[in-house]
Design a protein around this ligand. Structure first.
Ligand code: B12
Ligand code: SF4
Length: 493
């Protein structure tokens, strides 16, 4: 049996934030159609300290190819390190897939350490590619494959088959895909603990999102197509993971979990019917979909959901319209009220730094944060993120038009600094404001998540009114907090 090596590169600073890395879902998905036909080895740089040594050992077998996944950012540098090592120690072709290579395939495949790029979802096309390699037919005939031809990056250049640069279709019926081959990894390495010590594991129950936000990768990667696993498959997977691996908390990584309300209801009620004692965190949702949920779903959600992450983005209607969020502030308040009624813990996410955004728009966001977090222990805010114009998004086009310089090489994307200073439309005052505001949404929400111990929570409770005052007035001068923080750290050490 020929061997296929799949590499999960490190992510960067995230390694220090997470207690355990997230299970390599992308590689497991890609491997799902190959199980039984090839010897598959998944190598995770985040877990294996001597990953280079392990890779060299694996390369000694009969290796058909090496697949590597990457999204935009420092992960690319780690992926390149692995690619170069393969090139140095073997003649096996290196194929890159995942979000970054899919968005910029020509630039990616132009790198000397990359032989092929496979654009889009890999469950069907990767087995086709592998088969072509094995049979010695040109892999370029497989939809979505890019390679260098005649010194130029080309995708599937056969006449009449597919025009240059057009991505392959997304997989319609993802429910028909084989289950994830969890046996290829040591699952225990990917089960972390939440704040209450529950065994926590990440799953994905749907892909894509039908909406059109200008900063979101959805529109390019999945072209607004939302596809989902049916409730039966989702519940079977949860049951298996709970029974065989003791998972007590599922972190659902969907872009938008609630698109199909019937499916939501079936999953939530199925958890009760099957006696699943697990809780869930939902990573991706939006208020307009939450408003479509019936009373039954909300009750079930209250029973199971320990954290509902919601993309609020802004407190300014004008900016919500600019980013094409297709949501009104009245809907935001209404959804919050419904969730509050059921005491469903909300984790709101915000983004700022759009070209049209004024200080008054930012002040409106501040007012929304203050309103929603007022006397509500179940509301928590993520830090206010500065807009990152990722390639493939509508704001990326705006940034290019405004003269923002983006990398022209794969290495460049790996080293690219996503800092506010890069945004061409932000003047120095607004940059400073966004930088100072960044952590305050988190500081003024529930202390439970911010402060670990009882006495810290006490101090935090004393401090919170001051933090709220700062947010109300958008006044972040005289940063006494950072002095206090340094003092506390010194005392503790
Ligand atoms: C889990 C996750 C993380 C995890 C790590 C995941 C990992 N494996 O390393 C953590 C929490 C660490 C993380 C961090 C960040 N993330 Co993140 N994350 C995700 C999330 C929610 C799920 C990814 C996933 O597992 N998908 C499931 C698999 C099945 O889908 P897939 O990866 O697309 O894989 C398919 C295809 O791409 C292809 N494929 C993938 N790999 C390969 C390899 C080969 C060889 C082949 C042939 C095919 C192939 O086939 C797969 C099956 O169809 C996505 C959003 C999403 N819903 O996808 C964001 C996402 C990937 N993250 C994103 C971002 C921006 C970040 C951060 C920068 C956020 C931040 N502000 O700090 C950080 C830091 C990243 C960095 N570079 O330093 C963006 C990436 C945009 C981009 N252009 O790359 C996404 C898309 C979210 C978004 N909506 O913008 N993230
Ligand atoms: S609703 Fe969320 S997932 Fe959907 S396009 Fe907007 S930001 Fe992306």
């Amino acid at each position: 049996m020929k061997k296929i090596i799949l590499i999960q590169p490190k992510v960067g600073s995230w390694e220090f934030i997470q207690d355990v890395p997230m299970v390599p879902l992308s590689l497991l998905a890609v491997a799902s159609g190959l199980v039984g036909r090839y010897e598959i080895r998944i190598l995770d740089q985040r877990l294996d300290r001597d990953w280079a040594g392990s890779l060299k050992k694996e390369l000694q077998g009969d290796v058909l190819c090496v697949g590597i996944t990457a999204f935009t950012g420092p992960q690319i540098l780690y992926a390149l390190e692995a690619s170069r090592l393969v090139k140095k120690h073997s003649s096996a072709p290196v194929i890159w897939g995942g979000i970054h290579p899919s968005i910029l395939p020509a630039q990616t495949v132009s790198h000397e350490a990359v032989d092929f790029v496979l654009v889009g979802e890999g469950e069907i096309s990767f087995p086709m590619f592998v088969q072509a390699l094995e049979q010695g037919t040109p892999p370029l005939s497989v939809p979505g494959v890019w390679a260098m031809a005649g010194g130029h990056p080309r995708d599937n250049p056969r006449e009449g088959v597919q025009p240059q640069g057009s991505p392959p279709e997304t997989i319609q019926d993802i429910d028909a895909l084989p289950p994830l081959p969890y046996h290829l990894v040591r699952l225990a390495d990917y089960i972390g603990r939440d704040r209450r010590g529950r065994r926590t594991f990440a799953i994905k129950t749907s892909r894509g999102c039908p909406y059109r936000c200008t900063f979101c990768h959805q529109n390019s990667s999945y072209r607004k197509k939302w596809r989902a696993f049916g409730p039966g498959r989702v519940l079977d997977e949860m049951q298996l993971l709970a029974r065989e691996h003791g998972v007590e908390h599922f972190q659902i990584l969907d872009d938008n979990f609630f698109v199909d309300t019937k499916r939501t209801q079936a999953i939530l009620s199925g958890m009760v019917e099957r006696g699943l004692k697990t809780v869930i965190t939902i990573n991706g949702s939006r208020v307009t979909d939450i408003l479509r949920l019936g009373e039954d779903s909300l009750k079930l959600l209250a029973a199971h959901c320990v954290e509902l992450q919601i993309g609020l983005e802004s407190g300014s209607q004008r900016i919500l319209d600019v980013m094409k969020k297709d949501t009104s502030l009245a809907q935001v308040m209404q959804a919050n009220e419904r969730l509050k009624q059921y005491r469903i813990p909300r984790y709101y996410e915000l983004v700022s730094g759009f070209p049209e955004e004024t200080r008054e728009d930012i002040a409106e966001t501040a007012r929304l944060i203050l309103d929603l977090s007022q006397d509500d222990p179940d509301v928590f805010f993520a830090p206010l993120e500065c807009l990152n114009p990722y390639p493939g998004t509508e704001v990326y086009g705006q940034a290019v038009a405004a003269g923002m310089q983006f990398p022209t090489s794969l290495e460049g994307w790996g080293k690219f600094e996503w800092s506010k200073a890069n945004l061409p439309w932000l003047d120095r005052n607004k940059q400073r404001l966004l930088e100072s505001f960044h952590l305050f949404p988190t500081l003024i929400s529930s202390e439970i998540k911010v402060a670990e111990t009882g006495w810290m929570r006490f101090l935090f409770r004393l401090y919170r009114p001051f933090a709220r005052w700062r947010v109300r007035h958008l006044f972040f001068g005289l940063p006494v907090e950072s002095l206090a923080f340094r003092l506390l750290t010194w005392i503790r050490s």
